[in-house]
Design a protein around this ligand. Sequence first.
Ligand code: UFG
Length: 343
Amino acid sequence: MKKQVLVTGGVGYIGSHTVVELQSEGYEVFIVDDLSNSNIEVLDRIEKISGVRPHFEQFDLCDRVRVQEYFQKHDGLEAIIHFAASKAVGESVENPLLYYRNNLVTLMNLLEAMGQYNVPSIVFSSSCTVYGQPEVLPVTEKAPVQEATSPYGNTKQICEEILFDSISAYAGSVRGIALRYFNPIGAHASAEIGELPVGVPQNLVPYITQTAAGLREQLSIFGDDYDTADGTAVRDYIHVVDLAKAHVVAISRLMEHNNKKPLEFFNIGTGTGLTVLQLVKAFEKVTGVDLNYKLVDRRTGDIEKVWADTTFANEELGWKAQSSVEETLASAWVWEKKIRNIN
Ligand code: UFG
């Protein structure tokens, strides 16, 4: 029988790519998503890629009773990958309670149900935002967690603590892996699924591709006076499919009891840092598009530079990001062109 995995937020950007990778490794996928920041058509697209339609229910995981009913009904679930969360830094400053409720309560409801219904494994979407501005780069998992600069960032830190305390209390019956993502970009090679932000994109790559597609007039590059090679900020951009594959590896590590601790933390990045300008130039080179951009003031709350030391993930998980940044940017452009009907 196929192993059953619940993917919360499985209709979203990283979730949908992970569902496809899980299916290709033979898992039976169950999705719960409230569709607050995603589109139901993605289910058709997942089915088009894999030939298998994941099971799907639409509801808000903040609803504790509903969560318990769900687990009662689905008694074959062996693991959870928990993506469902709010993720816009700026919005979290304006509406912190939305973020604390959505991001903390959903995790608490799931952890409670895992104990009640004997679901032993959880993979949690964390973020390199927990490191703040690291003193030593590339940053390892041993670097201290620093005070968060936004309610969003704080929810990721608190969620890691909730996981740690709950898993300790479960004393072996529940195990978890927190994956600390760097900057996921790009789209599936089929161009059936990709990133589709609602409204004006807050993140760099969708802003770049929408500018190239003519939807936005000009890209603003936030900050040109950082202490970096060209003055623009440095990030570690990872192909979303490489990131998705890390989840499959993490799930199988937990299911096969290969984890070394009840809760483990891994950096999921490429190990290479690129400045914003380097990324823009790479995009122009692979696509042949001249991007209209200007250098403007820094964005409040941004950190200067961060990229991952991936040694621990590479050695312990046996996982490594495979795609070059050129391939990744090309995939983002193919996806943007496809959804805008550009040839
Ligand atoms: N940037 C621009 N112009 C834009 C958008 C972004 O210059 O229009 C710059 C930013 O200032 C930053 C870099 O591009 O220097 C990357 O910005 P993103 O918004 O794409 O990504 P961040 O690194 O700021 O944030 C991402 C996720 C967060 C997460 C954080 C750390 O969006 O959810 O990584 O994990 F918290």
